[in-house]
Design a protein around this ligand. Sequence first.
Ligand code: FAD
Ligand code: NAI
Length: 525
Amino acid sequence: PEPPKKKRKGFFRRLGQLMTLSALGLVGFSAYKIYVDSHPAEQVAPGPDKKTLVILGTGWGSVSLLKRIDSTLYNVIVISPRNFFLFTPLLPSCTTGTIESRSIMEPIRSITRHKEGIVQYIEAEAKDIDMNRRVVTVESVKHDDDIANGEGPLSIRTAEIPFDYLVVGVGAQNTTFGIPGVEQYGCFLKEITDAQKIRQRIMDRIEQAMLPSTTPEERKRLLHMVVVGGGPTGVEFAGELQDFFEDDLKKWIPSIADDFKVTLVEALPNVLPMFSKQLIEYTEKIFSQEKITVMTKTMVKNVTESTIEADVTTPSGERERQVIPYGLLVWATGNAARPLTRKLMSSIPAQKDSRRGLAVNEFLVVNGTDGVWGLGDCTATKYAPTAQVAAQQGLYLARLFNQLAKTEMIEQEIKDLEALAHHAVDESDRRALDSKIDNRTRVLRRNKMLMPFEYSHQGSLAYIGMDRAVADLAFGEGNYSSGGSLTYIFWRSAYLSMVFSSRNRLLVLVDWLKVKLFGRDVSRE
Ligand code: FAD
Ligand code: NAI
């Protein structure tokens, strides 16, 4: 029996050595990444001959374009009112303090500063695009001191930014379908400020409910948290909120336990319509275990300061108006086009039939324009408005622009060679130049062959609360659906690997650990 024992020992020793080496490698690589991230190299200034490429937006589409574009080939200018990139998949976690806001924000200055060629960033909103004069009119962002000073020296400034090429990646805004009261009384969940507002309002409502003067009925209302829209935003937020209640609120403020309630309202017969049937059923089952009330076939029609009025389709098919008292309303019913997008859609004749966003061709050129591209949520394509689509479109455009600049360089080279060949006296020189021209023309032809944009769907993931997630993953031609705790581990690892920088990754990890050890913070900011 001795030799096999020895063998096993040897195996475990080698496994241990391998694991130590891998861990050391990982630490070394992380240290190297952190060093590179915090020590940007000198940048190259764009030459006067470079074309000006203006990129609108600092979201998923524009930033993935920025990440991959060779910025030495263009004079790149980024314009956006938001001077950071926001990792939206983890935004619902910020509403309850599972993750702190700054952990999923990456400063745009850090992104532009890491490019080889200098990239200019302007903190402003694009208000208009003049396609004939090829200029973007921008308006600077309002700052606190501007508001305090009124029309003082720091008040809003406008400017015109000329462009040769333009990429519109301004995203979308929340839709309310014109339902009265939503803008005034509801919270949205799209930007970091929305998450901060929700976090504050949850604590506001709880503290109001706890006041000695609050009647039991009013208390019930204040502690009723309603989410409208059963898409992934609404579902993920409802799951996070219920976690907050179960893990922390109930522990620190036990007296709210009987009255705190989360309700998810959806107009369609089920939540998460884009997921497979089995995952929809699984989500609804978990929600019922979590004690989240799901009201499907319920269409909200009106919102007042303290009530939501909705048409509910009863099992007999009749419509019934219900009045739902609420304390917090989070409105997550999808996207609508931004004012700039609407302005473009109405001013370009080829866009007259577009409704949801800018119509683009297979190369992402905005229909009816020349040298203007569109990507992400501000466009209307056959794809869902997701980060996945916007990011792939950004990468595609980066390849396109890199190729375009190289094409222009080769064309110029060929012109120069042709001029030389034209003036060549020596026959052998001329033949050598002609062969060079042939060679470059072949390269040019290859370079000009650009494939249309094609989206590759990797799958959909959503967190549903109670340390569970659902995933519809694409594998080759097939699909794989899963839901539960293992999927939740996968969800966490996938998003951790996707966050923008090593700094973000570390911050998110620390936030998760902090919550595991000490729970979420229940103080009001
Ligand atoms: P955005 O990322 O919205 O960026 C638009 C940019 O344009 C912003 O920087 C904005 O400030 C700027 N801008 C706005 N107006 C102007 C203007 N006039 N001029 C210049 N700049 C302007 N998708 C997934 O695939 N997976 C997920 O898990 C996922 N989770 C999500 C969770 C939440 C809570 C939300 C709200 C969305 C989620 N999405 C997810 C969807 C995803 O975030 C969007 O599809 C994606 O952000 C679209 O990218 P975009 O670049 O088109 O727009
Ligand atoms: P959505 O458009 O996916 O869902 C909105 C839901 O609101 C719909 O189911 C609709 O039926 C419902 N609704 C509309 N009006 C209503 C009313 N008056 N009353 C009740 N219900 C009403 O919107 P969402 O969730 O904001 O997502 C926007 C985009 O972002 C989608 O493309 C989504 O796929 C993507 N996203 C993806 C996530 C993920 O993959 N985990 C997370 C969040 C968003």
